[in-house]
Design a protein around this ligand. Sequence first.
Ligand SMILES: [Zn+2]
Length: 406
Amino acid sequence: MNEELSPEDHRALAARLDLCHFEEDAPAMVYWHPRGWVLYKLLEDAAREHVRAGGYREVRTPQLVRRAVWEKSGHWGTFHDAMFACGEGADEAALKPVSCPGHIHLVKRMAPSWRDLPIRIAELGLVHRDEESGSLHGLMRLRQFTQDDGHIFCSEEQVAGEIVGFCSELPAFYKRFGFSDISIALSLRPANHLGDGAQWDRAEAALAAALDQLGLPYLVQPGAGAIYGPKIEFVLRDRKGRAWQCGTIQLDFVMPQRFDVRYVDPNGDKRHVVMLHRALFGSLERFLGVLLEQHGAALPAWLAPDQIAVVPVTAAHHAYAQRIADDLAAAGLRVRVAAQNESLAKRIKLAHHDGVPYQIVVGDREMADGTLAIRAREAQWWAPVELAVVDLAQRCQSRPRLPSAQ
Ligand SMILES: [Zn+2]
């Protein structure tokens, strides 16, 4: 992070807000600081809440997996250079670049019948990819990151319903983070696609029908699908008009066939399941970078590392300010006491500069009559808003509601 960065660059913001840093000893892997980890955990919580509401069960699968699995999944053949491999002979293995094979093992072990489908599995999967050093870029491209990964295992007849369920929830999910400009692309079969043409026809038609049913406009991208199936991609546009591809749902008939994952249909026949790979954030770390590029230091109150700054007028008010801060922290809010050895004006300005959404200045009057004057970032600078503490708590914790579970 030595190069000259714009103050609005997420790397500069991450340093200024004391969120994280990088070291040469672990290139492109994040050292999270306490304030950054708070933010990261909030993304984790949002992902968990969403998948729970969507009927997923959360799992965890191994980091280091033997070569034979990656050969079967096709990663060893096509992605080997970007995998961290170790060991030799029968022990040769690689750190997982994706969680798909792990989830396949779980479902195979379940030996499901048609009554068990769809099976929805989610994992906050820590993955490693040995990206070339020239392509690395702050939080946007890392060698170690966390995917909000999830897979739906279903019958071919269930695909359309699952796609509709996933896509219908996305606009509300992204809105919570301040993104409302979302564009959608439908990527169709590439020249080197696997699987038979009739299956591709049905899959592409199912994805298009789902988007049509929801009335979501989309751009068709011929040839841009994955080799194993078509995909829908969700692109967020930030305040500067830059596009960030985040969410995706991809249909895959190939991996269930390669790993021979079947379910028993109502006639007692064993049929291959269809697999949908899906993510909302993509990479949590990258999404955090996108959030910083979108909002600068002024993150929405529910995501702010510090939600409230309690600012004592003089040293004589420190103890009282600390008591108020303790009460607010006990109510579950994230609070800092701005008691640095600076002028009152400078401390208020600093908290504002750091994007703290609410400030409470305490002096003689507040101590005498027990009232609090709360200033809100969204209000005009210096314009105090009348806000009871209970309203403050509500404002700090509220966010747009998720759609109800399907
Ligand atoms: Zn996957």
